[in-house]
Ligand binder design. Structure first.
Ligand SMILES: NC(=O)C1=CN([C@@H]2O[C@H](COP(=O)(O)OP(=O)(O)OC[C@H]3O[C@@H](n4cnc5c(N)ncnc54)[C@H](OP(=O)(O)O)[C@@H]3O)[C@@H](O)[C@H]2O)C=CC1
Ligand SMILES: O=C(O)CCC(=O)C(=O)O
Ligand SMILES: [Mg+2]
Length: 735
C-alpha cells in the first residue's frame, strides 16, 4: 500500500517509553503545527507493527498494517524526507518471541518464531522474522552520516546544574578485559575495490568440499571491503580465564556486547559466555538441554525457563553458580543477571553507566561493587580501558567545568560492522573462507575452525567522502580540536585514511585535523574536556554509537538530551531524538506506579530542527516561527527545571509536556513576525497559564497506582491515551 501524500513532517510510532511519551506529546505537536498549516503524520516502525506488517496472511483487514519501514526506507532516499525518528526496540530473540506471544494473545494469527527451522516453510517464516530481528530499523533509515552533539543550551544547563558522579579512586579494581589475539581486531584484512563488482563468499573444507556462503554481494567502485573472524577456541579460553580472574580479583563478572545491533555475531559471542559460565552443566546435560530447545545465544533467562522442571539440571546449575564469582546484575531484586537476556546489557549504555558510577555495577546482593568488564574484541575496547585508567589516575570528570565531545560518525548506507549481518557466518566446519570477486580475484582469505565467527563488512565511497566533508564543515563552524579516531595500524582504518588524507589535503585543511588510534584519541579527548575545552570526535559507525552515549552520559548524565541529526545524502532530513534507547525500566515504573520518568528533551531538540529544516527546504516561514518558538520553549523547560523527576510523587514526563506546550504557546504569542499565529496562540497561552493549578493537580492525581496500557509491545491506543492524557483541562485546551 502506498501513501497518497507525504505529510510535511513524519513522526515515528515506536515502542516502550518514548512511545508512551508520544501519547502525551504528539497531540500537542500536531495541534500546534496544524495551526501553522504544517501537517504531521505518523509511520509505525515499532516491533509489533513490523511483525504485523510482515505476516498479513493470517490477519483480518482491520488487523493488517502497511510496511511503514519499507516506505520510510524509500522516503529517506529523497530530498522530501523530514522524519523525526524516536528510538525503537532492536529486538533480541527473547523480545521478538515475547512480542509475538502478546500479539497472539490479542487475537493476531501470527506464527511462532521458529527456533530451529527444518522445513522449507519454517525456514521462510524464520527469514521473515530475521529481517525484523535486531537493529532492523536504523540501518534502513540512516541514509546519511551522523551529527550528534549537545545543543548549547543543554550543555550550559549541565554545567550550571552538574549531575552527581560516582567517585573514582586509584584503588578501584574495575577494569576492562579483552582478548590478546584471535579476535576480530587481530584477524582483520581490508581492501578498497577499484571497480564496481560483485563477490561471493566461499567456504572450502579440509576435504575440498566447497560451500557458497553468500553469492552476488555487489559493491560500487571504491568500496572498502573488510573480512575478519573471531576464533571460537580463543574466545572460549579467554572467557574461562576471565571467569577465574574475576573470582581471584573479588569483582563482579560482567559482559558488555551489542547483541541488538550486531545481531548475528554478538548473540553468538553472548552464547559462548553463557556456555562458559555453565560449562559443567553443558558438559553433563548438553543432550537433554538440546532436546528441551535450549539455545545459549538466547540467554540464561530462556535457558532457566526451559530446564526449570528438571531437578538434576537445576541442581547442577545451582552448584556451579555457587562456585562462580558474583555476576553483574540487571535487576538484583528480581534475580535478573547480565547473562539472562542478550538485549539487557548493551555496551553503549552499560559501560558509560558503570563508568559514571565510579566503576561500580550492581551485584547479586543488591550492593555496588567493582567489576571486571569483559569486552572480548579489541577493536574498540581500548576506549573504555583508557577512560577507566584516566579516571583512576585523575579522578572523575567534573560536569560543571568539563567541555564537550561532539561526534561526526560515518554511518550512511550500512557502513562498517553494523552492515555486516548478511555476510556474517558461524563456521560449521574447519577450512578456508575466501572472498572471491567476479573476475576470480581472491581479495580475502582466512583459515578457520568449526565455530569461528567470520564476517565481512563494507563501507562505500560516497558516505566516506560525505563524512569527511561534514567533518570539515563542523570543524570550520566551531574551531574545535578535531580528531579522526583512526588507527593507522588497523587494516580497515588504513583504507579509510587513504580517502581521508587526500580530501583534507585537497581542501587545504590537513593542519586542522589530528589522526589518532582510539586509545590515544580517548586520552586526548578526556584531557581536552577536562581543561574545559571542546573537541570533535570523527569516527566510524561503532565508535559513533559508543561515544555518543559515553561522553553525553559523563557530561550531561544522559544521552537522551542529545541533538542527533542525520543529514541524508540525497538532501532530506532525519532527526533522531537523543542518542539512547527506549528505556524498558521506565515502562516498568509506569505500569507499577503510573510515573513516567522519560525525558523528552531529545524530542524537543529534534522537533525544533525538523521545523527549521522544513522552513529552509520548503521556504515555509511559519515553520521557522514554530521552530524558533520550540527552541525558546526547550530553553524554558531547562531554565525552570521542568524536566521529569525520577520518583513517583515528582512531576513526570506529562508535566514536562504541559510546560513545554505552555512555553511554546507563549513564545508563539509573543513573536511579531506573524500576527495571525500570535493571535491564534495568545488565548492558548493564557488558557495554559490560567489552567496551571487544575492541570498540575489533574496530572498528579493519577500517580501512584498501577497503569494499564493494554499491552507492552502492542498497546491499546485508547487505554494509552487515557493513561498519558489524564488532564481534562489540558486536553480541552490542546483540542
Ligand atoms: N536509536 C534507537 O533506536 C536505539 C534503540 N535502542 C533500543 O532500546 C532498548 C533499550 O536499550 P538500553 O541499552 O537499555 O538503553 P536505553 O537508552 O533505553 O536505557 C538506558 C538508561 O538510560 C536512561 N535513559 C535513556 N533515555 C532516557 C530518557 N529519554 N529520559 C530519561 N532517561 C533515559 C535511563 O536511565 P534510568 O533508568 O536510570 O532512568 C535508561 O534506563 C533496546 O531494545 C535497544 O535495542 C537502544 C539504543 C538506540
Ligand atoms: O539500532 C540500534 O539497535 C541501536 C542504535 C544506537 O544505539 C545508536 O544509534 O546510538
Ligand atoms: Mg547507541
Amino acid at each position: 500500500m502506498a501513501y497518497n501524500d507525504t505529510p510535511d513532517i513524519i513522526y515515528t510510532i515506536v515502542d516502550e517509553a518514548p512511545q508512551l511519551a508520544s501519547g502525551s506529546l504528539l497531540p500537542i505537536i500536531s495541534s500546534f503545527a496544524k495551526a501553522a498549516g504544517v501537517s504531521v503524520g505518523t509511520r509505525d516502525i515499532s516491533l509489533a507493527g513490523r511483525i504485523i506488517a510482515a505476516f498479513p496472511e493470517g490477519l483480518s483487514e482491520e488487523q493488517r498494517q502497511n510496511d511503514d519501514l519499507a516506505a520510510l526506507g524509500e522516503l529517506v532516499k529523497t530530498a522530501d524526507a523530514n522524519v523525526i525518528k524516536l528510538p525503537n526496540i532492536s529486538a533480541s530473540v527473547p523480545q521478538l518471541v515475547a512480542a509475538v506471544k502478546e500479539l497472539q494473545s490479542q487475537g493476531f494469527d501470527i506464527p511462532d518464531y521458529p527456533e530451529a527451522p527444518e522445513t522449507a516453510a519454517d525456514k521462510a517464516v524464520r527469514a521473515r522474522f530475521d529481517a525484523i530481528k535486531g537493529s532492523a530499523v536504523n540501518p534502513v533509515l540512516r541514509e546519511g552520516n551522523s551529527d550528534r552533539r549537545a545543543a548549547a543550551a543543554v550543555k550550559n544547563y549541565a554545567q550550571n546544574n552538574p549531575h552527581r558522579m560516582g567517585a573514582w579512586t586509584a584503588e578501584s579494581k574495575t577494569r576492562v578485559a579483552s582478548m590478546s589475539g584471535g579476535d576480530f581486531f587481530s584477524n582483520e584484512a581490508s581492501a578498497t575495490l577499484g571497480d564496481a563488482t560483485s563477490a561471493k563468499i566461499v567456504h572450502v573444507a579440509a576435504d575440498g568440499t566447497e560451500t557458497v556462503l553468500k553469492d552476488g554481494v555487489s559493491y560500487p567502485a571504491g568500496t572498502v571491503v573488510d573480512a575478519t573472524f573471531m576464533s571460537a577456541k580463543a574466545l572460549d579460553e579467554f572467557l574461562v580465564d576471565q571467569i577465574a580472574q574475576t573470582k581471584a580479583e573479588g569483582t563482579l563478572f560482567s559482559l558488555h556486547m551489542k547483541a541488538t545491533m550486531m545481531k548475528v555475531s554478538d548473540p553468538i559471542i553472548f552464547g559462548h559466555a553463557v556456555k562458559a559460565w555453565l560449562a559443567p552443566v553443558f558438559e553433563q546435560f548438553g543432550a537433554e538441554m538440546d532436546e528441551l530447545g535450549v539455545n545459549p545465544n538466547s540467554g540464561l533467562g530462556d535457558l532457566l525457563d526451559r530446564v526449570k522442571d528438571q531437578p538434576a539440571i537445576m541442581a547442577a546449575i545451582d552448584a556451579i553458580t555457587a562456585e562462580r564469582p558474583p555476576m553483574y546484575m540487571v535487576d538484583s531484586d528480581r534475580g535478573i543477571t547480565n547473562l539472562h537476556v542478550p538485549s539487557d546489557v548493551i555496551i553503549d549504555a552499560s559501560m558509560p553507566a558503570l563508568i559514571r558510577a565510579g566503576g561500580k555495577g550492581w551485584g547479586p546482593d543488591g550492593k555496588e561493587a567493582d567489576s571486571n568488564c569483559v569486552i572480548p574484541d579489541n577493536s574498540y575496547a581500548p576506549v573504555y580501558d583508557a577512560t577507566i585508567e584516566f579516571f583512576k589516575t585523575n579522578g572523575a570528570l567534573n560536569p560543571a567545568t568539563a567541555g564537550t565531545v561532539q561526534n561526526l560518525g560515518l554511518m550512511a548506507q550500512k557502513a562498517e560492522e553494523y552492515g555486516s549481518h548478511p555476510t556474517t557466518f558461524e563456521m560449521s566446519a574447519a577450512g578456508t573462507v575466501k572472498m572471491v570477486l567476479d573476475d576470480g580475484t581472491v581479495i580475502h582469505e582466512h583459515n578457520v575452525d568449526a565455530g569461528d565467527i567470520w564476517r565481512s563488512a563494507s563501507t562505500r565511497k560516497a558516505p566516506i567522502e560525505d563524512w569527511v566533508n561534514l567533518a570539515i564543515e563542523r570543524q570550520k563552524a566551531t574551531g574545535y580540536r578535531a580528531i579522526f579516531w583512526l588507527d593507522e595500524n588497523r587494516a580497515h582504518d588504513a583504507q579509510l585514511l587513504a580517502y581521508v588524507k587526500p580530501i583534507l589535503e585537497a581542501k587545504g585543511v590537513a593542519d586542522k585535523f589530528e589522526i589518532m588510534a582510539p586509545r590515544e584519541a580517548t586520552v586526548a579527548s578526556l584531557e581536552t574536556i577536562t581543561k574545559g575545552e571542546n573537541t570533535i570526535a570523527i569516527t566510524g559507525n561503532v565508535l559513533r554509537d559508543y561515544l555518543t552515549d559515553l561522553f553525553p552520559i559523563l557530561e550531561l548524565a544522559t544521552s537522551a538530551k542529545m541533538l542527533s541529526i542525520v543529514k541524508l545524502m540525497n538532501g532530506g532530513g532525519l532527526f533522531e531524538t537523543g542518542a539512547g534507547g527506549s528505556a524498558p525500566k521506565h515502562v516498568q515504573q509506569l505500569m507499577e506506579e503510573n510515573h513516567l520518568r522519560w525525558d523528552s528533551l531529545g524530542e524537543f531538540c529534534a522537533l525544533g530542527e525538523s521545523f527549521k529544516f522544513l522552513a529552509d527546504a520548503k521556504n515555509n516561514a511559519k515553520a521557522r516561527i514554530l521552530g524558533d518558538a520550540v527552541e525558546t520553549a526547550t530553553q524554558g523547560v531547562l531554565d525552570h527545571d521542568r524536566s521529569p523527576g525520577r520518583k513517583v510523587g515528582q512531576p513526570d514526563n506529562r508535566d514536562s509536556h504541559y510546560w513545554f506546550a505552555r512555553y511554546w504557546a507563549e513564545a508563539l504569542a509573543a513573536q511579531s513576525d506573524d500576527a495571525d499565529l500570535a493571535a491564534h496562540f495568545a488565548p492558548i497561552a493564557k488558557a495554559l497559564a490560567d489552567g496551571e493549578e487544575a492541570i498540575v493537580s489533574e496530572l498528579a492525581a493519577v500517580r501512584g497506582a498501577a497503569a494499564d496500557t493494554g499491552g507492552y509491545y502492542h498497546t491499546d491506543a485508547a487505554k494509552t491515551a487515557a493513561v498519558m492524557r489524564p488532564s481534562a483541562t489540558l486536553n480541552a485546551i490542546i483540542g
